[in-house]
Write a new protein. Structure first.
Lengths: 409, 175
């Protein structure tokens, strides 16, 4: 036996070294979720490598800043003039967008939606990568000491980048969205189809689980859906670059990431997301969707004093939008959302109301004001509007109708 | 290919080289830092595997199987620690390469550029195959073997080896 080992000493050591590593792998496979935290070897290596990388990055940045800020100033005046013109253009656009945002907030308040706001971010410098084609991760120069925690979203102004995977004292490991083990809840902007954005071994990003019979347009923007509970809803992911029918009944949609994942320098780590109902201008007391609807929409008039003795049928004109049409179903075009409380309701010209005449003896109509539930509120916004033009104004001191209250005409 | 003689030599004819402790420590460390730093700015640089090339160089120059496999194991494990995957994938692959390269260094002359291109390219393929097999069969990672990409990477690494080995030759001392 001794002779055997001395004869095949090197091969025996090879087998031993390989066996030890396979055993280590097997242990890691068993503990799939590294709940115990970061492995010691990982901690040591990252602690040894990242200071060198930081030194390289900061030196490189310092030299570049000296060059850009003090030496290479060619064309700065021209650029300054262009930027001023751009600021003026953006001011105009901002006015328009703020109007749209206010409108959207009112609609969200109406529907009882909750918004997610990115309330706090930490800017970080990218200092390194895994250096492997098999592992699409980067390292940033902010860690636990800066309040970074695992599963925080990492973004750039252009779009999402990835999520924090491991946190060290002064650095963090970020898993990019183009890694095969990454998954991001995504939604197509126009068609509102939801899928999961996954990476591939080649470093591409694919939107999966969209059925083959769905229509997806090339160039359509992809946004975060918020379904993964990591990325807030509505952040830019990228644009559809290629669509192929898959063999499994789903489309293979290749997405070009909005952020340039191959040349990342600075990123933002989303450290706090606030979820709150949108603030809308109006009375300080909270308004229910039903109350807003009651103000905005023509309500069923008070039952006029009918004198049965006269025997005359009291006629009322009610208009009900039976065919909703796109203008009514699309919340952004909704009349109820477009105006502020107190302004006279405006009905889009595209909506053609059906006029029905009801007599006092007709079957009672049921008006269900929207409750606080979004779905019901949505239904309430949709087609059930009653024309106020031909009706007497609602008394200002009229008590609000309770949800589900039946009103007899 | 006619200009790439692979000369089979006797063990006595082959020189064994030594490296100073600083060089033995700094060059692998530098390779790891460059490998981790440069792909941030130039993503395509990730097709090169500098730690693998350094492993091959040291293994071939020292011509010691134990030293070769240990160099490979350490370099691989450090590389594993920088990824998000299980530790040991690169470790196993580079251990095998370190052992193989030192075994080959004993048998053939790997001093000329043609041989270095073939050796580095060949060991890159062996490395990728070992990684692929371990990842698929032990960890159950879903991976696909991309032939064109792997062959192209092998070629690029072979070319890079010619340049890198020529630079590293300056640091070796004959025993």
């Amino acid at each position: 036996m001794e002779n055997f080992f001395s004869r095949y000493r090197n091969a025996s050591i090879l087998v031993l070294v390989l066996f030890a590593q396979v055993l280590g792998l097997a242990v890691q496979v068993k503990r799939t979720s590294e709940s115990g935290g970061t492995r010691l070897i990982r901690f040591w290596v990252v602690s040894a490598i990242t200071p060198l990388e930081k030194a390289l990055v900061y030196t490189n940045q310092g030299l570049r800043n000296v060059w850009r800020n003090y030496l290479y100033l060619r064309g700065v005046r021209h650029e300054n003039r262009d930027l001023k013109a751009q600021i003026e253009r953006l001011h105009l656009e901002q006015v328009r967008l703020s109007e749209d945002a206010a409108q959207a907030r009112r609609l969200q308040a109406l529907l009882g939606f909750k918004e997610q706001f990115i309330s706090q971010t930490v800017a970080a410098q990218v200092i390194g990568a895994s250096g492997s084609d098999q592992s699409h991760v980067i390292y940033i120069d902010k860690g636990a000491s800066d309040g970074i925690k695992p599963d925080m979203a990492v973004i750039t102004p252009d779009g999402i980048v990835g999520k924090v995977l491991r946190v060290f004292h002064a650095s963090s490991q970020v898993l990019l969205i183009n890694d095969p083990s990454s998954g991001v809840g995504a939604i197509l902007e126009s068609s509102r189809l939801q899928g999961i954005l996954q990476g591939t071994a080649a470093g591409e990003t694919m939107l999966r689980y969209i059925m083959s019979d769905e229509k997806v347009a090339l160039g359509e923007r992809v946004l975060t859906s918020g379904g993964d509970r990591i990325f807030p809803k509505g952040l830019s992911v990228g644009a559809v670059q290629q669509i192929n029918p898959g063999s499994d009944g789903f489309l293979n949609i290749r997405v070009k990431p909005a952020g340039n994942l191959s040349r990342l320098e600075e990123v933002l780590v989303v450290t706090r997301v606030v979820e709150s109902a949108p603030q809308t201008p109006g009375p300080s007391t909270p308004l229910r969707a039903a109350d807003i609807l009651a103000e905005r929409l023509p309500s069923v008039p008070e039952k006029p004093p009918v004198v049965p003795a006269q025997g005359a049928a009291v006629t009322q004109t009610t208009t009900t939008k039976q065919s909703a049409g796109t203008a009514a179903t699309n919340p952004s075009n909704s009349t109820a959302a477009s105006g502020t409380a107190g302004t006279p309701p405006f009905r889009p010209a595209a909506v053609r109301p059906q006029t029905t005449r009801a007599t006092a003896t007709a079957k009672p109509a049921v008006v269900k004001p929207a409750a606080n539930k979004p779905a019901e509120a949505r239904d309430a916004v949709k087609p059930k509007e009653i024309d106020s033009a031909e009706q007497p104004a609602k008394p200002a001191d009229a008590p609000p109708q309770a949800p589900g209250e039946e009103v007899q005409r | 290919m006619t200009g790439m003689p692979i000369v089979r030599t006797n063990r006595k004819e082959i020189e064994v080289y030594r490296f100073g402790p600083i060089v033995s420590l700094l060059i692998p460390l530098l390779a790891l830092v460059i490998q981790a730093f440069v792909p941030v700015r130039f993503r395509t640089f990730a097709i090169f595997d500098l730690p693998l090339l350094v492993t091959i160089f040291f293994a071939v120059a020292r011509r010691s199987q134990v030293a070769g496999m240990l160099t490979g194991a350490v370099m691989g494990l450090i590389q594993d620690a920088l990824t998000h995957q299980a530790i040991g994938l690169y470790g196993i692959a580079k251990t095998v390469v370190g052992y193989g390269a030192s075994s080959l260094g004993v048998k053939i002359d790997v001093e000329n550029p043609g041989t270095r291109l073939l050796v580095a390219g060949g060991f890159y393929l062996a490395h990728q195959a070992a990684y692929f097999l371990v990842a698929r069969n032990i960890l159950g990672v879903t991976m696909e073997w991309l032939w064109a990409r792997t062959m192209l990477s092998a070629l690029f690494n072979g070319v890079a080896a010619i340049v890198l080995f020529a630079v590293l030759d300056r640091f070796k001392h004959s025993t």
